[in-house]
Design a protein around this ligand. Sequence first.
Ligand code: PMP
Length: 463
Amino acid sequence: MSQQSSAALKEMDRQHLFHPFTTLKTFDSTGPALTIVSGSGSTLTDSNGDTYLDAMAGLWCVNIGYSRPEMAEALAKQANTLSYYHAFSGMGTDLPARLAARLSDMAPVPVSRVFFGNSGSDANDTQAKLVWYYNNVRGLPNKKKIISRQRGYHGVTVLSAGLTGLTNLHEGFDLPLPMIRHVRPPHRLWEAEPGMTDAEFVAVLANELEALILAEGPDTVAAFIAEPMQAAGGVIIPPAGYFEAIQAVLDKYDVLLIADEVVCGFGRLGVDFGTTAFGMKPDLITVAKGITSAYVPLSACLVTPKVWDVVMAGQDMYGGFGHGYTYSAHPLAAAAAMTNLDIIENEKLTERAATVGAHMHRRLQEEFAGHPNVAEIRGQGLVGAVEFVRSTSPMTAFDPSMGFAAKVTKRSLAHGIVTRALPAADTISFSPPFTTTEDEIDAMVAGTRRALDDVVKDEGLSG
Ligand code: PMP
């Protein structure tokens, strides 16, 4: 693209596109940071012809890499055969049925039915409606509250934005809705007392959850929602025994567990599901992102027999389940998911996420360990994170208004690397496609380390 047409495109974007999660006033004067025009594997190309290694697989989602011909062929074939038909009123199409069966087979818990949506957000809204319906059918109309965790990310729709435990998604929108509560996340760095063992920390968090349920009244608390690994809130890996302790409390008070597998599902942690990685026993599972590697929007709610049997019992009361999207069970999305899952299986990409991930963690340690502004290097499978602080002794965070991690990601772009700042934790994250090579990982990590050096120098720090 010529420089002139690239500039014209950016100006068109600046004037017309309402960007999600963007500081609008700044954008209004600067326009887009990059205009990406093509992608292949882990590489993105912008309108100036510059290339970037995408260490984030888009937004934790392009797990098989960009622009794969098999995906284009599968989508073209489906579009040429049946571009759309719906699933309302018992109608159906073939690929969504096949996909639902396949997901039930591969799910980490027994699954009775699969409900399809279009995004992680709308799927979590569906989960909430399932939970409320479940308790209405059981004659427990007051049992409706949903407990989530600070720093959890569950979406942006009116309900799911409240489940998300990040205040910038609430402010200005009168959220969360009144039936939502939050508890502390299992982030040892800031939430555990110095010297606490994992077992002690886990016991404290489980006791806090129990105290909240008792304070609210167990007859009012319906569900607890959790990402196996909290992604957007800072890449927070639960300490050993965390979900076992939490689940014991949930079971005691008849509270359902919703596992939000939107990032972890389909191999991101080097195993099929985060549920398996951390010993969760959910009643409902939400998947999205990696189900199609983001070639086409798709999400799904996996419903276990415990919930499904009650939904069925409710049919006599409510005459149906009054819920569904025009695009629920879209055949094009199902075609993308089937081919994406074939690629993951045939190329053993989940196993690859584990081995390339192990290489990435080694490289992150080599580049960042011991740095005076690095508090923690963490991650699992093909997710990594580096959390920054002003000082490690005593542990002192940067002033959040400084946006330290955001400065590092901005500088990384100048070195041709796309990482992501997670402002809630002053952390940068890595979540590259599973197909990324070790050489590309080396370039991602080294480029980010150079970016850190730049920022340390710019800010006059001693690093
Ligand atoms: N849950 C989790 C764990 C997520 O990471 C996200 C998106 N980052 C969502 C839900 C929301 O998904 P979407 O943006 O597709 O609505």
